[in-house]
Design a protein around this ligand. Structure first.
Ligand code: FES
Ligand code: FES
Length: 158
């Protein structure tokens, strides 16, 4: 199969790659570009471990083709911290011990950031609804919700 040449932007930097026409963006990120933060939990859009944003919209990168990223802006967990400075959500996940094995964590962080961009002051119900596409088999979710609430508070300067 002929390769598809893709020009895109990843975490603010221009990026180019060649992929197969039927290759999921998750595989491109992980196997071709070395961006292994997004995880493959299911490969079928059910777990959210592969979450990224495409032009600011939260997507499961296992359900997007690499070729579909052409001309669009990708943001992954690798771009979330500002150098050594963790994003407030990352800090609060650590402070609240909102992770155990960590497989789901990059997806939760990306989904939580997307949620807070749309709603800076979500209720607990809105957080649980906003993160409903992300599954965690370890934490029981409560600590994740507390971490997002705390980060939202800090980000609002409240
Ligand atoms: S790996 Fe994409 S949703 Fe599970
Ligand atoms: S911390 Fe293990 S799946 Fe969430």
């Amino acid at each position: 199969m002929a390769g598809v040449h893709v020009s895109t932007t990843i975490n603010g930097d221009p990026a180019e790659f060649v992929c197969e026409a039927n290759e999921p963006l998750l595989d491109v990120l992980r196997n071709r570009l070395g961006l292994t933060g997004a995880k493959e939990g299911c490969g079928t859009g059910d777990c959210g471990a592969c979450s990224i944003t495409l032009d600011g919209e939260l997507v499961c990168s296992c359900l997007v083709l690499g070729a579909e990223a052409n001309g669009r802006k990708i943001e992954t967990i690798e771009g979330m911290a500002d150098g050594d400075k963790l994003h407030p959500l990352q800090r609060k996940f650590i402070e609240h011990a909102a992770l155990q094995c960590g497989i789901c964590t990059p997806g939760f962080l990306i989904a939580a950031r997307a949620l807070l961009k749309k709603n800076a002051n979500p209720t607990e119900e809105e957080i649980r609804f906003g993160l409903a596409g992300n599954l965690c088999r370890c934490t029981g979710y409560d600590k994740i919700v507390r971490a997002v609430q705390d980060a939202a508070r800090e980000m609002r300067g409240a």
